[in-house]
Write a protein that binds this ligand. Structure first.
Ligand SMILES: Nc1ncnc2c1ncn2[C@@H]1O[C@H](COP(=O)(O)OP(=O)(O)O)[C@@H](O)[C@H]1O
Ligand SMILES: [Mg+2]
Length: 222
């Protein structure tokens, strides 16, 4: 197995001495390059926390996360943000689009922050794949929820991250739109060889994945 991401004995405790929440309790996981994983479990079982720790958005209280063999804790905070922008993509339930920028500008923003320009052929492919070619000049409020989420997906794909983290990415969409949007996300991640980790409570989505990680009280149970 060609491992891209590895979590070793991860613990995450929120809060101070008086009120503590043990969100993750000793997690060991390995993720292979180019595969599609789903993370399921009840509300409060630690799914979002796991995603934040795996992506370096949150530091584990104990344990280590390795991205292509390198320990994330070795990156100073400032470098971590840049590292994330270059190698990781994120799709959240909230689309987090910037309303004062149009679709094209939103999609290109992470690259722009790095003074990089999108490869125009690849940009075209991503826009086509996600059905956004004729929406480039539109602004977020002019788009449906499904379209906005596709913009967020396009944005996460365009910088060619090696791994994409999605936290209940279609939770705000109706069933049909949710499924279509997920199929696009899954299809494009496969097409571009990206590892995909999706948090979902939809068992249908979990069934589409190549491996299911089930969390219960901050532990992997299956
Ligand atoms: N920033 C935080 N501060 C304190 N407790 C938190 C914080 N984030 C999450 N938690 C707690 O950690 C546990 C796991 O939360 P979370 O990872 O959001 O679960 P899930 O995504 O599966 O619903 C919950 O008990 C939650 O209340
Ligand atoms: Mg959550």
């Amino acid at each position: 197995m060609d491992t891209i991401l590895k979590a070793e004995n991860i613990w995450k405790t929120y809060g101070s001495s008086s009120v503590k929440v043990n969100a993750l309790n000793g997690i060991d996981l390995s993720f292979a390059k180019g595969r599609f994983y789903s993370v399921i479990g009840r509300s409060g079982s630690g799914k979002s926390t796991l995603l934040y720790v795996l992506s370096g958005l949150e530091k584990p209280t104990r344990g280590n996360v390795f991205f292509e063999g390198k320990d994330l804790s070795e990156y100073p905070d400032g470098q971590m943000a840049v590292f994330r922008r270059r190698h990781m993509g994120f799709v959240f339930q909230q689309y987090n689009l910037m309303e004062e920028y149009n679709v094209l500008e939103n999609i290109c923003m992470p690259l722009k922050l790095d003074q990089r320009k999108p490869d125009s052929g690849f940009l075209h492919t991503v826009l086509e794949t996600l059905g956004l070619s004729d929406k480039q000049k539109k602004y977020a409020p002019e788009l449906s929820g499904g379209e906005q989420q596709r913009v967020a997906i396009a944005r996460s794909i365009l910088s060619k991250p090696k791994i994409i983290f999605a936290d209940e990415p279609t939770g705000n969409l109706d069933k049909k739109t949710a499924l279509e949007t997920l199929e696009l996300l899954i299809g494009s991640a496969k097409k571009f060889g990206q590892t995909l980790i999706i948090v979902t409570h939809d068992l249908e989505v979990a069934r589409m994945s190549e491996a299911v990680i089930t969390l219960e009280d901050g532990r992997v149970v299956k």
